[in-house]
Ligand binder design. Sequence first.
Ligand SMILES: O=C(O)C(=O)C[C@]1(C(=O)O)C=C[C@@H](O)C=C1
Length: 100
Amino acid sequence: MDREEALRALSELRGSIDNMDSALVHLLAERFKVTQRVGRLKAAAGLPPADPEREAAQIRRLRALAIDAELDPELAEKFQNFIVAEVVRHHEQIAKERRD
Ligand SMILES: O=C(O)C(=O)C[C@]1(C(=O)O)C=C[C@@H](O)C=C1
């Protein structure tokens, strides 16, 4: 493969990466819209921001899905933990704003 061909192939692959990154941003936006509602619901009902049992079940499920999809389950777990930590932070903020 010469340099020209390599650059064409790279550009095509990057187009696909950009489409998938866009999809991820849209999915995350929807997920955070829903978790904001969950945060308000929990704060109104006096429920704790975090639910460790639910989190453990989500990790088990996502690790199994990742293995099935040939994705490193460690990556799936790290990604989920990163997202959920941010959600819990938002829930705590919502609960605090309700108290103040
Ligand atoms: O399901 C809940 O109870 C949520 O608050 C949502 C969520 C999530 O982002 O999936 C976030 C925090 C909880 O610890 C568990 C799950």
